[in-house]
Design a protein around this ligand. Structure first.
Ligand SMILES: *Cc1c(COP(=O)(O)O)cnc(C)c1O
Length: 394
């Protein structure tokens, strides 16, 4: 297939336009059920803390195999509430990855804690346990691994370090709802259920996404669950009795209903992403100019993103532009490591301190990834990529 026109429309080729994330086609399949649920909520005007919120939280807890799910306003709030509930104090050091979405470090800094960034593993893009160990000091209180792009961080090593040094583990599972981690003894746990607290986001493009903002906290600990509920509710346990300073972070009822309708499909959604990734792997693994994503043996990768590493010889900007011209969106997650971001730059860090993260920021490229990629779009994407990459040598 070759396109002459710049704008790819369905009428040109019969193929659905390719999007980084296609939420419209996914919505059509659940529209009837969701519209009934929304009509009920609208009729009852149960917009805040309606019955769907508790129902969804309970269903998600069952799915994850976790004692408590505490819904909140978004993934960033979840991370913040986790650090507040654990009683972290200004000056406490929190170790996290240099290669992530900034929200992870943002809340650490916002609470006047000290973010301590560390490098990642070049194959999985996830936090490197050896680097975490080197970064531990007497002031360290917590580790925040991010299950990046839908693949669990090496939790056994991280939990082991945390136990040995008396640290909390707060999992940033915003990109990994439904991903699994397998411990060496064969025990399998869902992302976000292994540390003291797990945090997730229901931003529309996440693996389990709503139609606005949403988030949740997970914990196995009854006392922490109570604390988290209090933190996200203005520090109240009893109405109008504020025992401590909290915040206001709620999942609204309309969003809870979206999530409750989608939850039974989550495994199928993640399997569809894995099938698309399998296709990409098969089609692209022979190409000398790129590396396909590495799947760690301990993780069930659910491909929030399908992220290639391009060879140094490839001009990434030129390739991205050529793909765009062919109607194929591609994105760079993330172009700048945290230690080079203006907001998080710090005298402690120098260029070259995190060579893997820096290198990844210069060489990664993510392909379209969602639940609706079809058998016309996938070969169209890989055939064009293989053709165009050869024209983008530096
Ligand atoms: C999306 C995301 C967040 C923030 O979630 P929001 O719901 O947008 O606040 C935090 N961390 C990571 C790794 C994310 O991908």
């Amino acid at each position: 297939m070759h396109f002459r026109k710049k704008k790819i429309r369905k009428s040109d080729t019969g193929m659905e336009p390719i999007q980084m994330v296609d939420l419209r086609r996914q919505y059509r399949k659940i529209a009837a059920e969701l519209e009934t649920r929304w009509a009920d909520i609208l009729a009852q005007a149960a917009f805040i803390q309606g019955p769907d919120v508790a129902r969804f939280a309970s269903n998600l807890a069952d799915y994850l195999g976790v004692r408590h799910v505490i819904p909140c306003g978004n993934g960033t709030d979840a991370l913040q509430a986790a650090m507040m509930a654990l009683g972290l104090q200004p000056g406490d050091e929190v170790i996290t990855t240099d290669f992530t979405f900034a929200a992870t470090a943002e809340v650490i800094a916002l609470l006047r804690l000290t973010p301590v960034l560390v490098d990642v593993s070049p194959d999985t893009f996830n936090i490197d346990p050896a680097a975490v160990e080197r970064a531990i000091t007497p002031r360290t209180r917590a580790i925040v691994p991010v299950h990046l792009f839908g693949q669990c961080a090496p939790m056994r090593e991280i939990l082991d370090l945390a136990h040995r040094h008396g640290l909390y583990v707060i999992e940033d599972a915003c990109q990994a709802t439904g991903a699994e981690y397998t411990f060496p003894d064969g025990r399998r746990c869902k992302a976000g259920t292994m540390g003291e607290i797990g945090c997730t986001s229901f931003f529309p493009s996440k693996n389990l996404g709503c139609y606005g903002d949403g988030g949740a906290l997970f914990t196995q600990d009854d006392r922490l669950a109570g604390k988290l509920r209090q933190v996200v509710n203005h520090g109240m346990k009893v109405r109008y009795r504020h025992d401590e300073i909290g915040c206001n972070s709620r999942l609204d009822t309309l969003q809870a209903a979206v999530l409750d309708v989608k939850l039974p499909h989550l495994d199928a959604y993640n399997a569809a992403r894995r099938r698309a990734a399998d296709f990409y792997d098969r089609a692209l693994s022979g190409c000398e100019w790129l590396k396909t994503p590495v799947r760690a043996p301990y993780a069930t990768h659910i491909f929030h993103q399908y992220t290639l590493r391009l060879d140094d010889a490839i001009d990434r900007d030129a390739l991205q532009a050529a793909l765009k011209e062919a109607g194929i969106p591609a994105a760079v997650y993330y172009p700048v490591p945290l230690h080079k971001q203006k907001a998080y730059r710090d005298a402690r860090y120098r260029d070259g301190d995190f060579p893997v993260a820096e290198k990844l920021c210069d060489s990664v490229l993510s392909l379209p990834m969602h639940t609706e990629l079809d058998e016309e779009q996938l070969p169209y994407i890989t055939e064009n990529l293989l053709r165009l990459i050869k024209t983008c040598l530096k």
